[in-house]
Design a protein around this ligand. Structure first.
Ligand code: C2O
Ligand code: CU
Length: 557
C-alpha cells in the first residue's frame, strides 16, 4: 500500500473517530473508568437480583475431581420467589423466570480476575442494560442493570459479553437461561412446572484431570471451538426420566460454535412451538431442526403413546456444508465419516485427529445428545394446540427501505472474519449503520466473496478460490435489540447436496434474533428499531468469530 493511501486511511479513521466520539459521550467516560453505575431514583423494580461472576468448582463429570469454572451466582433480593431457579452443582447460572411487564434491577458484581459484563440475549432492553462491551467492568466493580421486560413469552439467555473475552468466558461457564411468560401464553394449555424443562446444549473438552481445555491458536479460532464432550444442562450423558405425556423442552444452543441437527433416533419428527424469544403462531413439525450457536427452539416432546420402559435418544444427525471446504475435505464428509460416540453421547474418546481444526468430534458428525426414558404412565396430557400466539407479520410495506436494504455482508479475510468489510470497533459506526429511532428496516445478510464459484464441486479446490472462498462457512448472525422476522432465504450457489442435509431444519416463521446463514445463502429480514436509542450490536454468534472482530453495531438515533 502506498504511503498516500496509508495517510488517507489514517485520516479517515481519525475523522470517523471524531464524529463517533461526539455521538457517544458516555463511551469516553466508560473507557476512563469514570462511569459508576448506580440505581436510578424513581425506578421501582418488581424484581431485584444480585448476580456475581466468580470462579467455582463444580462436579461436571460423574467421577474424578471437580471442574474449575467461571459461574454466575445469584441471589433474589426482591420479587416472586420462583424468579431464580438454581441448578445445583452446575456451572450454568440460575434460570431466570420473568413475566412481561416486570421491572427488573440487577446488581452485577465482577469477582473474576478479568473484565466482564452480562448481555441478556433476546431481551429488548435499553442500550445501557444490554451488556455492550463498552460497559465491561473491572474486577471488583459493580454494574447496575435496569429494564422492563418488554418481550412476549419465550426463551432467551444471558451470557458474558466482554469483547475478546466472550468466547472463553462463556466456555468457562458464564451463561444461563431466561424464560418470559405473559398473559397470552398463560391462556394456552402448555406444559408447565415440572413438564417445562431446559435443554441447554453445549460442547466441551476436558483433560484427564477433568479440567476444561479451550483452544489456542488461530486456525481453531477461524473455524470455531468444537469440544468432544456433549453436555446437556451442564452434564454429560444426560438422561431424562419422563412421564407418558407432553413436555415443553426449551432448547438453547449455548455452544461456542457447534451447530446441532436435532432429531429422534427412531425417525419421529420434532415439533417446535417457539423460536428465539417467542412462541410461534402455530406449531411446526420437521424431520429435524437445525440449531446454531445462540439460537433457541421450544420443543413440544410428546411421550403420550410411549410405553413405560421405552427409551428415545435425541441425536444430532450428520450434515455438511457449514464448514470451509478445506476443513470438510480433511474431516471426510460427515455423512460418510460415520458416527462417533454412540448411544452414550458423552465423552467421545480419542478418535479422529484433526487437532489443528480444534476438534475430535467434527462439525456435522452424528452423535447422541440426550436420552429420554419413560418411567411412569399418566393418563392426562395437554394436547398440542393448533394455534399458539398471533402476531403481526412484517412485510415490505412496513419498511422505509424496501429497495435499499441495510447490508450485513459476511466476509472472511485471512485470519479475520468481518461484517460489512470491517472488524469491530467500539467507538465507530458507518453511515449504513445509523438508523433513526422508530424505523423498521429491511436488512439483507449475505456472503461477500464470489460465492457463485462454490457450486463448482470438489476440486475447484483451495488454490484458485483464494482466501475468502476457501474459508467460506456458515455463520449464525445475531442482532441485539428487538426480534426480527425472516422474509426470504435465497440459495445462490452452495453445493446442493450439502444444502439438502440442512434445509428442512430452519424454522423461519417466528420471531428470531439469530439466524444461521449458510455459505452462498442470502437472507432478508425485517427488524424494528424502536423504543431505545444507542448502540446495538450485530455479530456472528460463532463466539470465536465474534471475539476475532466479526461484530459491528447499529447506532439508533
Ligand atoms: Cu448472545 Cu451479542 O450475543
Ligand atoms: Cu462467523
Amino acid at each position: 500500500m502506498s504511503k498516500t493511501n496509508n495517510n488517507r486511511r489514517q485520516f479517515l479513521q481519525h475523522s470517523a473517530l471524531g464524529i463517533a466520539s461526539a455521538a457517544f459521550p458516555g463511551l469516553l467516560l466508560a473507557k476512563a473508568g469514570q462511569v459508576k453505575s448506580a440505581p436510578t431514583r424513581g425506578f421501582n423494580p418488581d424484581i431485584e437480583i444480585e448476580m456475581t461472576a466468580r470462579q467455582g468448582f463444580v462436579p461436571v463429570l460423574k467421577s474424578g475431581p471437580n471442574t474449575r469454572v467461571q459461574k454466575y451466582y445469584a441471589k433474589l433480593l426482591k420479587g416472586p420467589k420462583d424468579t431464580l431457579q438454581h441448578l445445583k452443582g452446575n456451572y450454568l447460572g440460575p434460570i431466570i423466570n420473568y413475566e412481561k411487564g416486570q421491572k427488573v434491577r440487577i446488581y452485577f458484581f465482577n469477582e473474576l480476575s478479568e473484565p466482564s459484563i452480562i448481555h441478556w440475549h433476546g431481551l429488548h432492553v435499553p442500550q445501557k442494560s444490554d451488556g455492550h462491551p463498552m460497559y465491561s467492568i473491572q474486577p471488583g466493580e459493580r454494574f447496575v442493570y435496569e429494564f422492563e421486560v418488554m418481550n412476549r413469552a419465550g426463551t432467551s439467555f444471558y451470557h458474558s459479553h466482554s469483547h475478546e473475552l466472550t468466547a472463553e468466558q462463556v466456555y468457562q461457564g458464564l451463561a444461563g437461561l431466561i424464560t418470559v411468560t405473559d398473559d397470552a401464553e398463560k391462556k394456552l394449555d402448555l406444559p408447565r412446572g415440572e413438564y417445562d424443562l431446559p435443554l441447554v446444549i453445549q460442547d466441551r473438552t476436558f483433560n484427564n484431570r477433568n479440567q476444561l481445555q479451550y483452544l489456542h491458536g488461530m486456525h481453531g479460532r477461524m473455524t470455531g471451538f468444537l469440544g468432544d464432550t456433549i453436555l446437556v444442562n451442564g452434564k454429560p450423558n444426560m438422561e431424562f426420566s419422563v412421564k407418558s405425556r407432553a413436555y415443553r423442552f426449551r432448547a438453547l444452543n449455548g455452544s461456542n460454535s457447534r451447530i446441532y441437527k436435532l432429531a429422534w433416533d427412531d425417525g419421529t419428527p420434532l415439533t417446535a412451538i417457539g423460536t428465539d424469544a417467542g412462541l410461534l403462531e402455530k406449531p411446526e413439525t420437521r424431520p429435524y431442526i437445525m440449531l446454531a450457536s445462540g439460537e433457541r427452539v421450544d420443543l413440544w416432546l410428546d411421550f403420550s403413546n410411549r410405553p413405560v420402559g421405552s427409551k428415545l435418544v435425541m441425536y444430532s444427525l450428520p450434515f455438511s456444508g457449514t464448514m470451509p471446504p478445506m476443513y470438510e475435505k480433511m474431516q471426510g464428509k460427515s455423512g460418510m465419516g460415520g458416527m462417533r460416540g454412540g448411544m452414550k453421547g458423552g465423552r467421545m474418546g480419542n478418535r479422529g485427529g484433526m487437532g489443528m481444526m480444534g476438534g475430535k468430534l467434527a462439525q456435522g458428525t452424528k452423535f447422541a445428545i440426550a436420552t429420554f426414558k419413560v418411567t411412569e404412565k399418566v393418563s392426562d396430557s395437554p394436547k398440542l394446540p393448533s394455534s399458539l400466539i398471533k402476531f403481526e407479520r412484517l412485510t415490505e410495506s412496513d419498511v422505509d427501505n424496501a429497495n435499499n436494504p441495510l447490508p450485513i455482508a459476511i466476509s472472511m479475510k485471512p485470519m479475520s472474519p468481518q461484517l460489512n468489510g470491517k472488524s469491530f470497533s467500539m467507538d465507530r459506526v458507518m453511515d449504513i449503520e445509523r438508523v433513526p429511532l422508530g424505523s423498521i428496516k429491511k436488512i439483507k445478510i449475505f456472503h461477500e466473496h464470489g460465492m457463485k464459484n462454490n457450486s463448482i464441486k470438489g476440486k475447484g479446490g483451495m488454490g484458485m478460490m483464494g482466501g475468502g472462498m476457501m474459508m467460506s462457512m456458515a455463520h449464525p448472525i445475531h442482532l441485539h435489540g428487538q426480534q426480527y422476522q425472516i422474509i426470504s432465504r435465497k440459495m445462490e450457489g452452495m453445493r446442493n447436496d450439502d444444502y439438502a442435509t440442512v434445509k428442512e431444519g430452519f424454522i423461519d416463521t417466528g420471531w428470531k434474533d439469530t439466524v444461521l446463514v449458510m455459505p452462498g445463502e442470502e437472507i432478508e429480514i425485517i427488524k424494528p428499531f424502536q423504543d431505545f436509542k444507542g448502540n446495538f450490536l450485530y455479530h456472528c454468534h460463532n463466539l470465536e468469530h465474534e471475539d476475532l472482530g466479526m461484530m459491528r453495531q447499529f447506532y439508533v438515533y
